[in-house]
Design a protein around this ligand. Structure first.
Ligand code: HEC
Length: 171
């Protein structure tokens, strides 16, 4: 190597080291500026915060007694909340919709529809007693007649029409 080459090599090394030092200085400056501006801004961005909450929330949510559990509420469609049972229009329709369940076949000891022998002693008690038993419920010797056949939402008048219908078919 000539003396000239050595001189060049030394200068060149100094320049390289200087450039590396400048690069590190710029990198350090960029980091310190970002730490004060970019990082806090990212972490306080509402969209970012929300997306982290969304991704890190637990799969299972448990209702805790005495705590506010409103976030667990399941929103049911409005239609599902208002299922109203149809109101039969007369005694015959009431029989079809409600009383038939038991009285058509004599289920759970009920007097069977149109069965004269089964109905005769009951009819003998008189209409007021039958009305009363259909409205209030009745536990006789053969089974249990539930109040209004289970449809306590229906009017007394309609239930009486149902009794009239049952009786008229068994007389
Ligand atoms: C879950 C079954 C069931 C349904 C539904 C039902 N009944 Fe009855 N019902 C009975 C049973 C059981 C008896 C007999 C009770 C006994 O005498 O021990 C009876 C008895 C009666 C009697 C005779 C009561 C008496 O004093 O002898 C009448 C009247 C009557 N039901 C009317 C109705 C009418 C009207 C409906 C419909 C709105 C209806 N039932 C629906 C089970 C039912």
């Amino acid at each position: 190597m000539s003396k000239h080459d050595t001189h060049f090599f030394n200068n060149f090394s100094i320049v390289i080291v200087g450039l590396i030092a400048v690069a590190i200085a710029i990198f350090a400056l960029a980091r310190s500026v970002a730490a004060r501006t970019q990082v806090p801004e990212t972490y306080s961005d509402p969209k970012y915060v929300e997306s982290v909450g969304e991704r890190t929330k637990p799969f299972v949510r448990v209702a805790v007694a005495g705590k506010d559990n409103s976030a667990l509420k399941i929103e049911a469609p409005a239609a599902a909340m208002t299922i109203a049972l149809a109101v039969p229009k007369d005694g015959a329709a009431l029989y079809d919709a409600v009383c038939k369940t038991c009285h058509a076949t004599g289920l759970v000891g009920s007097p069977k529809f149109g069965d004269h022998a089964a109905w005769a002693p009951r009819i003998a008690k008189g209409k007021p007693a039958l009305y009363d038993h259909a409205l209030q419920g009745y536990a006789g010797t053969s089974g249990v007649m539930p109040p209004k056949g289970g449809r306590t939402d229906l009017s007394d008048d309609l239930i009486k029409q149902g009794v009239d219908f049952l009786v008229s078919k068994a007389q």
